[in-house]
Design a protein around this ligand. Structure first.
Ligand SMILES: O=C(O)CCC(=O)C(=O)O
Length: 267
């Protein structure tokens, strides 16, 4: 598939979504992917995992080909603006996409054991107290298969801001405590990496296909990106800004960090 660069208008985060994200640490947006993009992403993930050599060299990434359309899909950009960073200028995103992997999970296979990301420091979840949310390290999971309860990536809701350490017992998956979800193919889960979460054993005969992307603001970086410039070069200029370097201001050149080029890319 030829990638058609597109950056449609973001859907703003609703008050209900803000409430739920702050309360639980995650939200689910059911069936937001267009059918043709969903099918193209499914095929892409299958090729990435099964026959990557069938793809041109710089499309062998979950951020390339149809996967590139997910980086700033309008279903998520309004939310990322709200919980990570507003756009510094009209032609630049405030967030950066700093990691991505494709998933094909066959029936009976499990994913990561229960874990969470940063609980302290610049990437830890914070309710800023003035009606705004800071979800310093945010995971966006595109579910490309239907998910039934028991599958997917259940989350220990509220653990992103728990006042007490998560008890040892809940370092193991417990269906009574981790919140499961169900959704049609083409849905997206957005969660704070400060939440405990777990890749449970996939129950369905048809494999789980998914793309896991991770986002920070332009001021922080958690994962090493390891993405060739050629992959980013194929994107529209605004989408490219999601792959810029991590800094706030360049006093020497009186330049804010609102652009991407070969001298300002994340590594
Ligand atoms: O395996 C899964 O479903 C979850 C993976 C994950 O969240 C992670 O690797 O951080």
């Amino acid at each position: 598939m030829t990638t058609v660069p597109s950056t449609a208008d973001p859907v703003p985060m609703s008050e209900e979504q803000k409430f739920l994200f702050d309360l639980k640490g995650w939200i689910l947006l059911p069936a937001v992917l267009e059918q043709d993009l969903l099918q193209a992403c499914r095929e892409h993930v299958r090729k990435l995992r099964g026959e990557p050599e069938s793809l041109p060299e710089f499309e062998r990434y979950s951020l390339a080909g149809p996967g590139a359309e997910l980086v700033d899909h309008p279903a998520i950009t309004g939310i990322l603006r709200e919980i990570l960073a507003p756009d510094p200028s009209e032609d630049s995103w405030g967030f950066r996409c700093e990691s991505s992997f494709p998933m094909v999970r066959e029936q009976g296979s499990s994913g990561s054991a229960p874990h969470c990301g940063p609980l302290v420091g610049p990437m830890a979840y914070r309710n800023m107290g003035n009606g705004t949310i800071w979800s310093g390290l945010t995971r966006v999971v595109w579910e490309l298969s239907p998910v039934h309860k028991g599958g997917g990536t259940p989350i220990l809701s509220g653990s992103h801001k728990a006042a007490f350490p998560v008890p040892e017992r809940f370092h193991q998956f417990d269906r009574a405590v981790y919140e499961e979800y169900e959704c049609p193919a083409g849905s997206v889960i957005i969660f704070s990496e400060s939440c405990w979460h777990v890749g449970t054993e996939w129950p369905d005969e048809a494999a789980r296909l998914a793309i896991f992307n991770c986002y920070c603001s332009y001021l922080t970086q958690w994962h090493k990106l390891n993405l060739p410039h050629e992959v980013v070069a194929a994107m529209s200029p605004k989408r490219q800004t999601a792959f810029r370097g991590t800094w706030g201001h360049n006093f020497r050149d009186q330049q804010p960090n609102n652009y991407y080029d070969e001298t300002n890319q994340a590594h």
